[in-house]
Structures are given as structure tokens and as C-alpha cells.
Design a protein around this ligand. Structure first.
Ligand SMILES: NC(=O)c1ccc[n+]([C@@H]2O[C@H](COP(=O)([O-])OP(=O)(O)OC[C@H]3O[C@@H](n4cnc5c(N)ncnc54)[C@H](O)[C@@H]3O)[C@@H](O)[C@H]2O)c1
Length: 244
């Protein structure tokens, strides 16, 4: 199978987005489609994408099954983006055992299982791109982010090992790490704590939250042929939050 055509190399590309019904995920599906790709969306309720795979990705087997269905629908996978994630801000002592297991299952196990299932086909065809969603919280010790931060830090390490193991097969594996974005994930928290908005903005050199399209562009870049020698990196999309 030849590589897809176009400057980004995404025209005709077969792209799987896990979490493609989310705020960021839906924007990614639209962005990839605009670049000419065919997109499979794996989600609890997949409402976008040419191929729609309904799945609860919190188990290893579920991830593998869902990726197999997405691959079948697209006839192969050139790009896989994992954009599934949950957060729930609390002090460490307030998380139950079930909470912890849920975070690990949805944020981390789903990333491992889906990417693991995408990799053999990429290795066999000699090219592929994987992009995970990390977070600024995967690097810094922000309060009230215990399990979320732990799973995002783990995704960074999973990404680096996959990048190392598959580089010789023409596959790159990277992560994007958004800072505070105006999305559903942050909306509920900021509605409950409106006073936090200003305090958070004061921490961002750009003095504003990120917009959806500012995440889509970097993901398309990492998924593109233009990023063919970028491997094992966490790309922070944070208005400079992590430099101060
Ligand atoms: N929004 C932000 O500010 C922000 C910042 C940093 C990182 N991120 C990361 O970006 C990614 C996308 O975030 P978002 O803001 O679009 O969140 P979102 O809540 O809008 O979307 C998450 C998606 O994951 C899906 N999902 C949740 N549990 C699932 C399960 N068990 N099986 C299958 N699908 C499941 C949901 O249905 C939803 O479509 C996440 O990994 C998040 O951690 C977001």
C-alpha cells in the first residue's frame, strides 16, 4: 500500500480517532476530514466519522476489538490518535479505589490497548503515526490532579517506549500536551469555581486559555509526513505555561 498523497500526506489517509465524539476529538475528526482523510471514530457514542465504532474502551480486550473493527472499516490504519480521557479534581484522600481503577482503565489502559492493536499493521506496512493525548498535568505536580496526572505521566512513558521500539519500522509515536483549554472537560470545573479562571489565566504567559483549533493543527502536523523525523516527543500546547 503506497503512502497517501498530499503535502501533509493525509489526503486519503486512514485515520482512527479514539474519543472522536469528545470536544477535542470531534474537532480532530473534522480537521482530518478537511485534510482529505477517511476517519474512523471509536467512542461510547460515535457521532462523527465515516466509520463509527461503538465501544467502552476501559478494558484491554475492548480496545483491541474496537481497533480491529476500525481497521476493517477503513481497510487499514495509517494514523491513530488517542483522545479519550476523564478528569475529576479532588484532593488525594478523596479518591476511592473504584475512582483510581476507573482513571487507569479509561485514561491509560485504553491508550495501551488501542495503540497495541494498531501497531502490527503499521509495522507490516512500514509506516504509521500514533499521537496520544497527554497533558501539562503529566509533567507538573498540579494539586487536585492525582490519578489524572499519574495516567498522563504514564502515557508519556508508554509513548517513548513505543516510539523507540517502532522507529525502525517507519512508525512515529508522539504526544500532545494541552494546557487549559476552553472545552467540556474544564467547563464544569470553571462553572463551579468561577474565581479560578483568573488565577489560572495568570499562570499562562499568553494570558488566555487555548482554543480547539490550536490543538487540531499540532495533531495534524504530528500525524503528517512533515513530522516524519519527530519521534518520542511531548508537544506542549499551553501558551507557554510550562516554561515558567
Ligand atoms: N480539555 C482540556 O483542557 C484538556 C487539557 C489537557 C489534556 N486533555 C486531554 O485531551 C483528551 C480529550 O479531552 P476533551 O476535552 O475532548 O474531553 P471530552 O470529555 O470532551 O472527550 C472525551 C471523550 O472520551 C470518550 N470516552 C470517555 N470514556 C470512554 C470510554 N470508557 N470508552 C470510550 N470512550 C470514552 C467520551 O465519550 C468523549 O467523547 C483527553 O485525553 C484529555 O485528558 C484535555
Amino acid at each position: 500500500m503506497p503512502e497517501p498523497d498530499g503535502w501533509l500526506g493525509l489526503d486519503g489517509a486512514r485515520v482512527v480517532v479514539a474519543g472522536g465524539s469528545g470536544t477535542i476529538g470531534a474537532a480532530l475528526v473534522a480537521g482530518f476530514e478537511e485534510a482529505g482523510a477517511r476517519v474512523a471514530n471509536i467512542d461510547l457514542r460515535p457521532e462523527h466519522g465515516a466509520v463509527r465504532v461503538t465501544a467502552d474502551l476501559s478494558g484491554v480486550r475492548a480496545g483491541a476489538d474496537a481497533m480491529a473493527r476500525a481497521r476493517e472499516g477503513l481497510g487499514g490504519v495509517d494514523v491513530f490518535v488517542h483522545a479519550v480521557g476523564i478528569n475529576d479534581r479532588r484532593p488525594i484522600e478523596d479518591y476511592s479505589a473504584a475512582d483510581w481503577e476507573r482513571f487507569v482503565a479509561i485514561n491509560l489502559t485504553s491508550a495501551f490497548a488501542t495503540a497495541q492493536a494498531a501497531l502490527p499493521g503499521m509495522r507490516e506496512q512500514g509506516h504509521g503515526r500514533i499521537v496520544f493525548f497527554s497533558s501539562v498535568a503529566g509533567r507538573s505536580g498540579h494539586k487536585l490532579h492525582g490519578p489524572y496526572a499519574a495516567t498522563k505521566g504514564a502515557i508519556n512513558q508508554l509513548m517513548r517506549v513505543m516510539a523507540h521500539e517502532y522507529a525502525e519500522h517507519g512508525v512515529t509515536v508522539n504526544a500532545v500536551a494541552p494546557g487549559y483549554m476552553d472545552t467540556a472537560l474544564t467547563q464544569a470545573y470553571l462553572e463551579a469555581h468561577p474565581e479560578k479562571r483568573k488565577a489560572l489565566i495568570d499562570l499562562i504567559p499568553a494570558r488566555r486559555f487555548g482554543q480547539l483549533q490550536e490543538v487540531v493543527g499540532p495533531v495534524l502536523f504530528l500525524a503528517s509526513r512533515q513530522a516524519s523525523f519527530v519521534n518520542g516527543q511531548v508537544l506542549y500546547i499551553d501558551g507557554g505555561r510550562t516554561v515558567v
